[in-house]
Write a protein that binds this ligand. Structure first.
Ligand code: ZN
Ligand code: ZN
Length: 149
């Protein structure tokens, strides 16, 4: 796997929100759910799973808006430019996610599976990349699996 220096850094499109990730990401996935399609305007979203307490917003915290959909995790985004940044579950403690595209450079991890492929976009074939596929939500253990990938 690629090694990345810690902290990882990232920012939104306008640059007003900047964050650091102080521990390696513990998982990453492609999500083909319709919520991710809507929020990104793309066929699938690449999401990383954060280790507990490893996220620090270092600039522009006041611009980070949280959308709580009726189902699924909360979506956090930059109010100024609309960039998708983070997610958080409703669990206690919450599990935090980061949008891989918001990270600067190599996040040091690669997506390990594809979930919600039953709702994959009609207009883009699911890549034949050998990653495990889940029809719906992947089980919690899949998000933090140390299995080879
Ligand atoms: Zn922004
Ligand atoms: Zn999704």
């Amino acid at each position: 796997m690629p090694m990345s220096d810690l902290p990882l850094t990232g920012h939104c499109l306008c640059g007003d929100v900047r964050f650091e990730i102080t521990q390696p990401l513990i998982g990453a996935t492609y999500c083909h759910c319709t919520r991710c399609q809507r929020r990104t305007g793309t066929a699938a979203a690449a999401n990383g799973t954060l280790a507990q307490d490893s996220l620090r917003v270092v600039e522009g915290e006041e611009l980070v808006e949280t959308f709580w959909p009726p189902d699924g995790a909360a979506k956090l985004f930059c109010r100024a430019c609309g960039s998708a940044l983070f997610s958080r579950t409703r669990t206690d403690p919450p599990r935090w996610g980061v949008r891989l595209g918001a990270i600067d450079g190599d996040p040091g991890i690669r997506p390990r599976f594809r979930q919600h492929v039953d709702s994959a976009a009609a207009w883009e074939p699911i890549p034949d990349d050998g990653l495990p596929r889940y029809a719906g939500q992947a089980p919690p253990e899949a998000f933090v699996s140390d299995a080879p990938h």
